[in-house]
Design a protein around this ligand. Structure first.
Ligand SMILES: [Zn+2]
Ligand SMILES: [Zn+2]
Length: 818
């Protein structure tokens, strides 16, 4: 981009795109942070357990001002910024003895089985048969194998010793106890060198393992050295992410836990160095004290006992900070503590991530129980007036709306349609309890007025599984307490009205309104060729039945047509004569509509032949789709709205629909010698034939043939026989024969009634069906989250390779080389 000609012909320098140095994140490496790194990132060492003294944070305490603050009145003692700018700073607590990090406990346990506790070398020596057995395996898989070998050797051969000649140490057995790892020694003879393995010994042992020996078992000395799996210092998070409760008073629970960790480590530090050296989590032939093995009368010094207890308390406190499952005595009682700790704070549905980061509460939205209303268009939604008075639209005053807005301001917040406040520049005038005639509007004022008819909202019903779970609507304020949507949109929202709730969010501004217009329900008519906003339930029965109507009286036709008309619709001429059902329905079809599907023939808007069922109404190249393609979205949406109202009148006043057991009565008997497993089909076919050949309308058949509800199998089971009961995967319940002497075939129908044995036989798959529905509901949600998270980490690489950036292959999406 060099230059361009200006109006006057002079060369004008074009605006240069600034060259920005581009940095690319190639990947993220996780690892265990080392004590040196923690100290390096810390601004202070926390030594005081007390948090505040008379409301002021204590120096070197968990809330020292140098860690930043959660108080708006204060500034950070380290960077000098207030709460808005200071991100908070880390600190650390110095631990007198290393402590096993609970998060790595299982890994550490496996690792300890692989290396000698004295010389830190692998317990599988080079060039032994076992070594060659290990080599072909993936390094990270070797640990598990070795762990099993060592465990077996302990159990079967009574011990394992180091294979290196100059060492040959007898290896202890390691077990998880509480939050830490206990070392169990077996001693048969008291020698001068009592085996001992203190936390410091463990730390040293981990530190001196050779890097190559670590890689042998898939460990990474660079990124996550096993010595960092033990805490020597404990990181303290800044107070800003563990804010004190402003209302309830008292400290944050994470803060209290940090405080108790500081206190416990101070307690432990009071013991002299010599006593601290004796502290270990170990047992000797089941005894806590090594000397007891040879001398049962030996009294352990009180100090050593107390130091060990203090150390274990510290371990438990550190474990409990991250996961309350490990908390103190409750851990051993098997009761999880409800106190707020790190894993509860951050993880799970109520944790920071899912509750506050991935999903947030929003302004200008309302939630309510939904109900049906077919008096509105498919892209309208009825919102109760009391909600319209809480939600507002900020409208800028101009010459065209000043009269209306002045009236709204005059009405105020309590009279509909009013306004809640007026914004003039920086000033906000609250209209609560204010007589609105004192505010004289000027051009440019922003009136936050109540919602009125035609305002745009987005509707949403959870779970939002696909795009059509969020659609645009124009609101219609109504009296009453529920929000109402058109029945044609129940399919995309997957809504029914048995207590379902939906959210509506107001589009507050011209851009938002334009965007919502693009996602109006009437713009969402298709999905894979069949209509997604479509005919459902009673409207399908009616549209099916009207096709075989031979004579509808003039006044009824008149009523149906009148009901279907809306403001702005073209007038329809109805002749003073009885109509056939097809003639009547043709009145609301677009005049030039010509289509043919199944046996349905429509020519120039005249329905000539056939019956309209679900697939002809909603399916690919069905009526809705043909109208949408030939006449546009608007016309298709209008047709749906009209047809619903037209069919509502037909289905309630011309030929009301209801369904009784009389519709299911049949007189059939299976032919002699019908095999039991064919009973359902044979009887079902007979029942179906009989119902269909009967004179007059059969409501069950109409419901099934129209596609509104029910399947052939439902009819077979009501009128014929229930037949063989099978598990959800289709296999029969053969164990019924084995255990109860009854097979899982039910020879009766719901009409006949079941025998007690049959009832119980039927109860089992019935119950299993319900249980799997319950399970599936949660599973679908979980799977949806997993898929969306997985896809968010996909990257398209050069040469059109698809790559899972996590590289862990744990999401089921793998690297595909061409
Ligand atoms: Zn700061
Ligand atoms: Zn050794």
């Amino acid at each position: 981009m060099s230059s361009a000609l200006h109006d006057d012909g002079a060369d004008v320098e074009m605006w240069e795109v600034p060259r920005v140095k581009e940095a690319r994140i190639e990947g993220v490496q996780w690892g265990a942070i080392s004590a040196e790194e923690i100290i390096d990132r810390s601004v202070i060492k926390v030594t005081e357990a007390t948090v505040n003294r008379s409301g002021v944070p204590i120096t070197n305490g968990p809330n020292d001002l140098r860690l930043g603050t959660d108080d708006r009145q204060q500034v950070c003692g380290y960077c000098g910024h207030g709460i808005a700018k200071c991100p908070g700073h880390m600190a650390y607590v110095d631990l007198p003895l290393p402590v096993v990090n609970v998060a790595y406990r299982a890994h550490l346990l496996a690792l300890l089985h692989c290396y000698c506790y004295v010389c830190s070398r692998p317990l599988v020596a080079k060039d032994t048969p076992r070594y060659h057995q290990l080599m072909p395996m993936d390094p990270s898989a070797r640990v598990g194998v070795v762990k099993k070998w060592i465990r077996d050797s302990h159990a079967k051969r009574g011990g394992v010793s180091c294979p290196h000649e100059e060492c040959g140490a007898q290896q202890p057995v390691y077990v998880e106890v509480g939050t830490t790892i206990q070392t169990n020694f077996r001693i048969t003879e008291y020698g001068p060198d009592t085996p001992q393995f203190t936390p410091t010994d463990m730390y040293t042992m981990l530190s001196v393992i050779d890097d190559d020996d670590l890689r042998l078992f898939g460990y990474s000395p660079e990124h996550s050295h096993p010595r960092n799996w033990m805490w020597r210092v404990f990181p303290v998070m800044p107070p800003i992410i563990r804010p004190a409760s402003k209302t309830g008073g008292g400290d944050n629970q994470l803060t209290s836990r940090i405080s108790s960790i500081v206190k416990l480590s101070n307690d432990l530090r009071r013991f002299d160095t010599k006593t601290l050296e004796t502290v270990q989590v170990a047992k000797y032939n089941g005894l806590l004290c090594a000397e007891r093995v040879v001398n049962p009368n030996y009294e352990e010094p009180v100090d050593e006992k107390a130091a060990r207890a203090a150390y274990i308390s510290l371990c438990t406190a550190l474990g409990g900070y991250y996961n309350s499952d490990y908390d103190s005595k409750q851990y051993h009682r098997g009761v999880a503590s409800k106190t707020c700790i790190w894993s509860i704070y951050s993880g799970g549905k109520q944790g920071r991530y899912r509750a506050n980061l991935l999903g947030k509460r929003v302004m200008n939205a309302a939630r309510n129980v939904i109900g049906p209303s077919n008096g509105i268009s498919i892209d309208e939604a009825e919102v109760p007036i009391y909600q319209c008075m809480k939600l507002t639209y900020p409208e800028r005053v101009n010459a065209y709306n000043i009269v209306r807005l002045t009236q709204a301001v005059y009405n105020g917040p309590d009279v509909y349609p009013g306004a809640n406040y007026v914004v003039r520049g920086e000033i906000r005038i609250d209209l609560t309890g204010y007589s609105g005639d004192r505010v004289v509007l000027r051009y440019g004022d922003e009136v936050h007025r109540h919602l009125i008819e035609g305002d745009y909202v987005t509707g949403n019903r959870q779970p939002s599984l696909h795009r059509w779970s969020v659609m645009g609507h124009r609101i219609v304020p109504v009296t009453g307490n529920t929000m109402r949507i058109h029945m044609a949109v129940t399919k995309p929202y997957n809504a029914d009205f048995d207590g379902d709730e939906m959210n509506f969010q107001v589009a507050r501004g011209e851009e938002e309104r334009a965007e919502v217009q693009m996602m109006l329900a009437s713009n969402n008519l298709i999905k894979n060729g069949s209509a997604i906003v479509c005919f459902v339930m009673h409207s399908l029965v009616s549209i099916y039945r009207i096709g075989s109507e031979t004579s509808i009286p003039y006044d009824m036709v008149m009523q149906m047509v009148t009901e279907s008309l809306d403001e702005g619709d073209e007038l329809i001429h109805v002749e003073r004569r009885p109509y056939t059902g097809r003639e009547a329905f043709s009145l609301i079809l677009p005049r030039n509509l010509t289509m043919r599907k199944k046996d349905v023939v429509i020519v120039d808007g005249q329905w000539r032949e056939g019956l309209i069922d679900k697939s002809v109404a909603n399916g690919p190249s069905g009526i809705i789709q043909v109208i949408r393609i030939d006449f546009g979205m608007k016309e298709a949406a209008r047709f749906i709205r009209r047809a619903y109202r037209f069919l509502d009148v037909y289905g309630t006043r011309v030929r009301p629909f209801s369904f009784t057991s009389a519709d299911t009565r049949v007189d059939i008997k299976a032919p002699e010698g019908t095999p039991d497993d064919q009973l359902r089909d044979v009887l079902g076919d007979m029942a179906m034939r009989q119902l269909e050949s009967r004179p007059g309308r059969n409501n069950l058949i109409d419901m099934y043939r129209s596609g509104a509800k029910g399947s052939a199998n439902n009819i077979y089971q009501i009128c014929g026989a229930l037949g063989g009961q099978s598990k959800f995967d289709g296999r029969p319940y053969d164990d019924f024969t084995m255990h109860y002497g009854s097979d899982a075939i039910i020879r009766r129908s719901y009409n006949d009634g079941l025998t007690p044995t049959e009832l119980l036989t039927h109860a089992r798959p019935c119950r299993e069906g319900m249980a799997s529905t319950v399970k599936k509901t949660g599973e679908v949600g979980r799977r949806h989250r997993q898929v969306s998270f997985t896809l968010s980490s996909l990257a398209t690489m050069p040469r059109a390779l698809t790559h899972d950036r996590t590289d862990y292959h744990q999401h089921g999406i793998r690297y595909h080389p061409q």
